[in-house]
Structure formats: C-alpha cells, structure tokens
Design a protein around this ligand. Structure first.
Ligand code: COS
Length: 381
C-alpha cells in the first residue's frame, strides 16, 4: 500500500539529507578502505533502508515500486556501494521469499531482513553459468526430509556478510529452468563456506565472493514454492531488481550531471567558464536529455508494475537504457573534467568505474535486448 504523500515526502527528504550530509563526505574513505563504516550501517538500519520493499506486516516500510524507485534515485546520488550494503535485503536477496515464500517462512525471516539484523544474498550465478541461468549445475538431492545441496555459486553480492542465501539448485533431470528449485540456505548449516572476496574494478566497499555448498543438508521446508519453480522465481526477482537498478542509474547520472555543471561553471579556459563553451554545453545537454528519458521510463514502468501490469519487457528496457545511459554520462563527465576527470581526487574516475557494473549485473545489456525483443515479438509489436 502506498504511504500517504506527506509521510513519503518526509522519507525522501530524510534520504536526500542522509545521502548529502552523511554518505557523500565518506565516499573517498569507502574507496580507500573497501568497506562501509559500521556506524553508517547502523544509521541505515534506523532509517529503515533494509526494509524498503518488505511489507509493514513483517516490519518493513512496504513501499510500492513507484516509491521504491524514487528512493533508489535519491540513493543513486552517491557511491553505489552504500546502496549495496542493504541492496540485497531490499532486492534480490529477499524478493524470492516475498514472492514465493509460505507464511511461516516469511514470519521466520522477513522481520530480521527488514531490520537489517541479518543480510541476505541471491545465489544464482555459477562458474560455468552466467547469462544462461536455466543451466545451473548446483545439485539438490532429496534425502528424506531434507535435500543435500552441492555446488559453487560465484560473484555473490554480500556473500561475505550474508546470513541467508536464496540458492537456485537443480532438483530434477528436466533440462533448462524446469529442473531448477529455489532454497533458503542459512549460512550456519554444515558444508556452507564462503570464498575470499574478489578484487574488482569498482564499487569498492561492496563485496562479491563464492558460496561453496558441500553436501549441505537443507530442510525440505526451506524450499521456496514447489520443485521446479526456482527458475521462474529467479526471473520474477530479477524483473523487479532490474527496475531498482535502473532507478539507481538515474540517480548516479543526475549526480554526475550536477557535478559537471558545478565544475564547468568554476573552471575557466579561453577567458571564460568552460560551461559557456558550446561543445561543453552539448555534452551537458545530451547527458540531461538521456537522464530525463531514463527517469521517465523508470517511473512509468514502476507505476505500471504497481497497477499489476506485466512489465517484463519494460523492466528490461529500463535496465538496458538506464545502465547504458549512465555509462555515457560518466564518460562525458570524465571528458568535461578533462585531466581532472582522470585524477582520483575528483571522484569522477571512481564513478566512471563504479557505473560499469550496471551494464553487467542482474542481466547484461545483451540479455536485456533478448528479453525486450522476445517480449515485443510475443506482443506483436
Ligand atoms: N517471469 C516469469 N516467468 C518467466 C520469466 C519471467 N520474467 N522469464 C521466463 N519465464 C519462464 C518462461 O515463461 C518459461 O516458462 P515455461 O517453461 O512454462 O514455458 C521458462 O521461464 C523458461 O523461459 P525461457 O525459455 O525464456 O528461458 P531461457 O533459458 O531462454 O532464458 C533468459 C531466458 C535469457 C531471459 C534468462 O536466462 C535470464 O534472464 N538470464 C540472465 C540471468 C541474469 O540476470 N543473471 C544475472 C545474475 S543474477 S544477479
């Protein structure tokens, strides 16, 4: 249910101030330490950020997709790693449970996910299974009242801190997605181990690591939905996640444009601020136009999702356009800053590296193109 306008405006205002006053001053520190300060994580919990998308009955804020998108845009105005600290709890880590969980599963886990007491991760990708997620090799073999899970999950966001994983594993011999089931796997089960966090190009402070499952006994009651439902659950989770990521891309683009305007107004060449040179203005105009288009697509799609429309195609289009758009905006930002854009102190090269991931995770641009084309053809245009 949507919050009343006044409460929602107050939330947006609080998040905006939190980003501007608490998070932005810490961006260089997060990059240097490759970690989010614990006191900031505590403040995020108090603001309810871990429970944005979880219903009020389970202790979350219960935002609609339209509201969540607007909050995500605000959160995009700083280093994306801050959002990642609670991003899996809001998105791919919790939504399998929200979409397909039984009431007792929800009661057991969602309140602690919403409060940030526990961290959740989504475990789909494997060493040999990236875009072709119907081919997961991790096995779940039924053994009385439980399943034995074995396999390796790769590049799992927040795996280092996660207490609960939604794991997609093969229960049947049917090829492709039909043989895949989804399981809630607590970290404490025997046979669960986590690899060393990977060294990444950007988004320092957000960690990805392997989840290794070695004959892990998972109670049958931890399965989400029926056997064979796992692939569709994962796809529905990603439909939603992609829209959220698209909103974050809009926020980062708006931040970069504001930085470019400030810099171009200060920096003088040929006797005047570079903002008065038309070739700089052209870059600002292109970035602004594209950011406006992405914002409109994201908010329109979120509104339609809240109305119950099928937005599989539109979510893919929003993720595709917004992630490619912010890549172009970041590239122009480096260009507008010139030499300074390449120097770490200005933070522009950092965002340039950070945004590169948006075109890859939660489905590459090429996967979004496939989904857009297939859905468009299914709808006849
Ligand atoms: N919602 C509900 N059901 C869906 C769905 C969706 N968004 N997308 C597909 N399905 C269903 C299909 O309807 C089909 O059902 P039936 O078997 O009943 O006909 C089934 O799932 C298989 O669908 P499809 O044939 O389209 O599967 P493909 O193997 O061709 O895969 C893509 C489709 C490529 C779109 C999918 O594998 C994908 O999204 N890959 C990228 C994964 C990803 O984003 N990884 C990032 C890491 S996770 S952070």
């Amino acid at each position: 249910m949507a919050l009343d306008a006044e409460t929602f405006d107050a939330l947006i205002d609080t998040v905006r101030r939190f980003v501007a006053e608490r998070l932005r001053p810490l961006e260089a520190k997060v990059e240097a330490d490759d970690a989010i300060p614990q006191d900031i994580v505590g403040e995020m919990k108090q603001l309810g950020l871990f429970g944005l998308s979880i219903g009020e009955d389970y202790g979350g804020l219960g935002l609609t997709m339209g509201e969540e998108a607007r909050v995500a845009i605000e959160l995009g105005r700083t280093t994306p790693a801050f959002r990642s600290a609670f991003g899996t709890n809001v998105g791919i880590g919790s939504q399998g449970l929200v979409i397909a969980g039984r009431e007792e599963q929800k009661r057991e886990w969602l309140p602690r996910i919403a409060s940030g007491e526990i961290i959740t991760s989504f475990a789909l990708t494997e060493p040999d299974v990236g875009s072709d997620s119907g081919s997961v090799k991790t096995r779940a073999i039924r053994d009385g009242d439980s399943y034995k899970l074995s396999g390796t999950k790769r590049y799992i966001t927040n795996a280092d801190r996660a207490d609960l994983f939604t794991v997609m594993a093969r229960t049947g011999d049917e090829p492709g997605g039909r043989g895949v089931s989804a399981f809630l796997v607590p970290r404490g089960l025997p046979g669960v181990s986590i690899g060393e966090p990977e060294k990444k190009m950007g988004q320092k402070g957000a960690k990805v690591a392997d989840l290794n499952l070695d004959d892990v006994p998972v109670p049958a009651g931890n399965r989400l939905g029926d056997e064979g439902d796992g692939f569709k659950i994962a796809m529905q989770v990603l439909d939603r996640g992609r829209l959220h990521i698209a909103a974050v891309c809009v926020g980062v683009a708006e931040r970069l444009i504001a930085d470019c305007v400030a810099y171009a107004s200060e920096r003088k060449q040929f006797g005047k601020p570079i903002a008065e040179h038309q070739l700089i203005q052209a870059m600002i105009a292109d970035s602004k136009t594209e950011a406006l288009a992405a914002r409109a697509l994201v908010l329109e799609t979120a509104t339609r999702k809240d109305a119950g429309d099928n937005v599989v195609m539109e979510s893919a289009a929003a993720k595709y356009y917004a992630s490619e758009m912010v890549g172009r905006v970041a590239d122009r930002a480096v260009q507008i800053y010139g030499g300074a854009g390449y120097i770490a102190d200005y933070g522009i090269e950092r965002l340039y590296r950070d945004v590169r991931l948006f075109r890859i995770y939660e489905g590459t641009s090429q996967i979004q193109q496939i989904i857009i084309a297939r859905e468009t053809m299914k709808r006849g245009g």
